[in-house]
Design a protein around this ligand. Structure first.
Ligand SMILES: C[C@](O)(CO)[C@H](O)COP(=O)(O)OP(=O)(O)OC[C@H]1O[C@@H](n2ccc(N)nc2=O)[C@H](O)[C@@H]1O
Ligand SMILES: Nc1ncnc2c1ncn2[C@@H]1O[C@H](COP(=O)(O)OP(=O)(O)OP(=O)(O)O)[C@@H](O)[C@H]1O
Length: 267
């Protein structure tokens, strides 16, 4: 059975407080984006993990697909599987690709082996694999709070708009990005801003990571400025970077970003 794990972008991201477990409470809107990996899982006599596509740092034995399998293999005694991942989504880019692969592994295993796990069960398992993972159990826009795993559905009206995602060849450490931030209570209600016409977003919808990340990597801030120059209604960094996205009325010529990895498509 095959799945197409999507990535996400963050529409607004506030780091609200530091918790006693070392993580941070945040408030963000997760928006799924159809820039996808390809994940195949089939029952087998022995469990294996193979990979093609773009490179993933670290050992295959630690891949989140295998960790997701091992989680359900332990709790639900499922038989061995052969997992193949074709990696397309840039890794460690603020796009949550690894988290999506993990969540989609849980979803596929639930279907293949008729485990009858509810969405809530799957989200609880996913949250143990990463803060962004629970969001990918359903592929709908969500407000994320807590560590990112407390999810509330939200309407985001971007129908007919074009998205451009630009990923420069810069790696920002998520843990370091969190530790460089001074948490603060958000000044505006996120749902209210998302309900406003997109013209208001530029002033009101902020990603708290941008200030410190742009100071360290000015090239990331320059991409955001360029997206506005090219007519974006709204542009922002996603997650802790380094991907920057822009929202446009119509397709733009993305060849101007040819030195970076780029995805473009309808929202
Ligand atoms: C920046 C975001 O992409 C926004 O969506 C996410 O919060 C990152 O989520 P993620 O990549 O799934 O993060 P995890 O793999 O769970 O955590 C990586 C590291 O980021 C920090 N971290 C992550 C999430 C969170 N709410 N608070 C944190 O402080 C922790 O130092 C943690 O060790
Ligand atoms: N299937 C996978 N795809 C991508 N990365 C994986 C995978 N399995 C494990 N990883 C590890 O997870 C790390 C983060 O990957 P991912 O692409 O999810 O980052 P991200 O969520 O986009 O970025 P960030 O954590 O900076 O927000 C990688 O550096 C890699 O070592």
């Amino acid at each position: 059975m095959i799945a197409f794990p999507p990535c996400k972008i963050n529409l607004g991201l506030h780091v609200v407080s530091k918790r006693s477990d070392g993580f941070h409470d945040l408030e963000t809107c997760f928006l799924p984006v159809p820039w996808t990996d390809i994940l195949e899982i089939i029952p087998a006599t022995q469990t294996s993990f193979t990979r093609t596509g773009t490179t993933i740092p670290g050992n295959d034995a630690d891949n989140l697909c295998l960790r997701a399998y091992q989680l359900l293999a332990t709790s639900h005694n499922i038989p061995p599987v052969s997992i193949h991942l074709h990696k397309v989504i840039p890794t460690g880019a603020g796009l949550g690709g690894g988290s999506s692969d993990a969540a989609h592994t849980l979803r596929l295993l639930n279907t293949i082996f008729n485990l009858n796990l509810s969405t809530e069960d799957l989200m609880n398992h996913a949250a143990t694999l990463g803060s962004d993972c629970a969001f990918f159990v359903q592929d709908n826009p969500m407000i994320g709070r807590g560590r990112g795993e407390v999810l509330t559905p939200v309407e985001v009206n971007l129908k007919g708009k074009y998205l451009v995602l630009v990923k420069p060849d810069i790696h920002v450490s998520t843990a370091a990005a969190y530790s460089n931030i001074k948490p603060a209570t958000p000044q505006h209600e996120l749902e209210k801003i998302l309900n406003m016409p997109i013209g208001h977003w530029k002033e009101l919808l902020c990603n708290d990571f941008e200030r410190t990340v742009f100071a360290q990597y000015p090239a990331i801030g320059s991409i955001k400025a360029q997206l506005y120059e090219f007519g974006a209604h709204y542009a922002s960094m996603s997650g802790s970077g380094a991907t920057v996205f822009g929202i446009f009325d119509s397709p733009i010529d993305v060849s101007q970003f040819s030195q970076h990895t780029v995805w473009t498509g309808l929202c």
